[in-house]
Design a protein around this ligand. Structure first.
Ligand code: AMP
Length: 216
């Protein structure tokens, strides 16, 4: 099973991909996490992309493609969920070509639909564990009390001016990707509002309907 989770920043892709990982035993490939790791390690890739990320823009297509392709290859082209990739039509075309070459096409691209109001609320209240990448909402899903509070931080790109830029980037560059996958017959649209577990149940129903995947 090969899935991609699609949606604007704050749609819940990260949270839901981790829940689906648990449910179906799939691996998650989050290009955002791979990029944040490169930045925090100060690697040459990290230095190249840092400014784009903090300004709320996208990392150049070829750099993200290489990261994603490497991660997909390490998983032998199967049993993965892409979180936040592809984000441009060019990335989408490259991904389809890459997977076709390994006879490993995507089963579905699941688009999480959320209103702007919900996005702003989620991003401004989002905090992450800087070691595990786990994501929390200060009101609805606060960090557990047994986690060292110094590990819980706000992402730099969740600052209000970055959020505005990211939403603009999404509308301009990423939203058209939805049409690309709709035309390819791969798009599954899901209501991404409400409680985390309600949304997850909707996702599970849809993933089970897609094929042979069983919950673990
Ligand atoms: P995310 O954690 O998915 O919100 O990603 C954080 C940031 O990493 C994004 O705002 C982009 O700057 C960068 N990024 C992640 N995935 C991609 C991608 N597929 N294409 C370009 N930039 C990306």
């Amino acid at each position: 099973m090969r899935l991609a989770l699609f949606g604007p920043p704050g749609a819940g892709k990260g949270t839901q991909s981790l829940l689906l990982r648990e449910q179906f035993g799939l691996d998650v490939i989050s290009t955002g996490n791979l990029i944040r790791k490169a930045i925090s390690e100060g690697s040459s890739l990290g230095r190249k992309v840092e400014e784009h990320v903090h300004a709320g823009g996208l990392v150049p297509d070829d750099l993200v493609r290489d990261l994603a392709n490497e991660a997909i290859t390490a998983l032998m082209y199967d049993r993965f969920i892409l979180d936040g990739y592809p984000r441009t039509t060019r990335q989408a075309v490259w991904l389809m070509e890459f997977l076709r070459a390994y006879k490993a096409p995507l089963d579905a691209v699941i688009s999480l639909k959320v209103s702007d109001e919900v996005i702003i609320d989620r991003l401004s209240n989002r905090r992450i564990n800087r070691e595990t990448g786990e994501s929390y909402h200060l009101t609805y899903h606060p960090p557990p009390s047994n986690v060292d509070p110094s590990l819980i931080v706000q992402r730099k790109d969740d600052a209000p001016e970055s959020v505005k830029a990211r939403l603009e980037t999404y509308r301009r560059e990423t939203h058209p990707v939805e049409m690309f996958f709709r035309q390819a017959g791969l798009l599954v649209e899901i209501d991404g509002e409400g409680g985390v577990h309600d949304i997850c149940n909707r996702l599970i129903d849809n993933v089970e309907r897609l094929g042979t995947l069983q919950s673990t």
